[in-house]
Design a protein around this ligand. Sequence first.
Ligand SMILES: [Zn+2]
Ligand SMILES: [Zn+2]
Length: 330
Amino acid sequence: MDKKSELRRDLVSGDWIVISESRSKRKHQFAKKEKRIIVPRSSCPFEDPQRSGNKLPILIYPEIGKWRVQVLENKYPAFKDVKGCAYIFKKGPYSVAEAVGHHDLVLTRDHNKRFDQLPLAEAELVFRAFKDRYEMHLNDPCVSYVSIFHNWGPKAGASIYHPHYQMIAIPVVPPDVEHSLDGSVRFFEKNKKCVHCVMIKEEIKEKNRIVFQNKNAVAFAPFVSKEPFELRIFPKKHIPYFEETSEAVLKDVIKALYFSLKKIAKNMKDPDLNFFIHTAPIKNKKKYHHYHWHIEVIPKTNIDAGFELSTGIEINTVDPDEAAKILKKN
Ligand SMILES: [Zn+2]
Ligand SMILES: [Zn+2]
């Protein structure tokens, strides 16, 4: 059979990507080969975060007794919590603003439990912490966007082994989110429909690329995947704002993430990966009713080379249909 080599254009961003199977090595070579380096508990700063010089937690679960999840200020923040908002000033021809904001860590108690290895109730607790902390930023006039993400493994940018999640509240809307927002406005104005709802409908109808679904959520390998084994998880119902998701829907989204990550860990041998939330921003609320919040999961299999860096066109060597087939294996 001929190997696929095809350009595909993303519905939201308008960006082109290439699915090029002929450049692919054998499929099983995508599984992680090196052993994960496990840093011992004795040198882990998150076993007893306050003793390791961190401030008292901002939020802690449960409030009494042994903690399972806590939110605390990052000791080495990329964005600093100072009095007043960031103001933009000029430095020659350049615009500059102070990196004012909040950089928090969300820690789970177990040294060795990845997100998908936690008891499901504790995975839900991680999201409760995200939501509670997110709500604290809602009325902050200095915050435009809150980025929520997870780095698992050194190749995904985790500098500490102990599983942790990050929330960075920043004074600007980040470019990737802005592109996604702009793309969905364009599509909405032209078609009077949410572009993500159209994609979800198509994927559910097509079935092949679905990795997991339940009543309120769906996880699939997008038709236009930039990266091999990339997954996207959506609430099926149109919800622009992460923080406005009902308990029942959020539970189903968490489950879809949890079981998708289990499949990735099993079928790709626990690769390093990132996952993150894309949601309509805090600033200018109600302007973004056409947006549809979701989670993206990106296993680290690829290093961008000259072509990607010089063109912005990603070459994906695994057809998303094939990726979903591999991940769905039990
Ligand atoms: Zn630890
Ligand atoms: Zn939608």
